[in-house]
Design a protein around this ligand. Sequence first.
Ligand code: RP5
Length: 204
Amino acid sequence: MASSGARDVSGPVAKNPAFVLESAMAAFGEGPLVAVIMGSDSDLPVMKEAVRTLEEFGVPVETTIVSAHRSPSRLVQYARGASARGIEVIIAGAGGAAHLPGMTASLTELPVIGVPVRSRTLDGLDSLLSIAQMPSGIPVATVAVDGARNAGILAVRILALSRPDLRAALVEFAAAMESEVLGKAERLEHQGPERYDPRDDGTL
Ligand code: RP5
């Protein structure tokens, strides 16, 4: 039996935590704090999810294309200048021989989160290993294949270390997710597996 110990926040809030926006916004100045970069515009459908997540938390973000292989000079210039421009976390997504996150990490002292983008030929295993298997000394925090939403949430967690408003927003976000799961459990138990429709979020 599902019991509701979490805060009562109705609707699919885990995907839409607009409730955190106002308080989090107050914590920031004008410039972007997170850079979401990708090796190609073909990565954008995946990487958009990181941008959306950061925007949900009211975190100012900049988004661009930086290819490690096709525009190496731009990569050096971009990664070396990021910290001085006020960026605090870089999320880098790439697929295949995915050198962008690792090379970016080698050119900055900022934390870098790598998103392995699913590749056409090897289903993202190549991307995952290219990003996760970094040599000692240059860390890249690697999320799941196509795990751009988690990359966004991890960036928020890093920023929240020094921003109490953002930390409170994360606590509320987790409570909302829990509440959503408990609601689904209750509906499934009540309706049974045949009547249960996962698309029905319980709201009218
Ligand atoms: C990588 O090569 C990109 O990150 C992308 O995932 C992959 C394929 O790029 P396109 O050929 O689609 O531009 O550099």
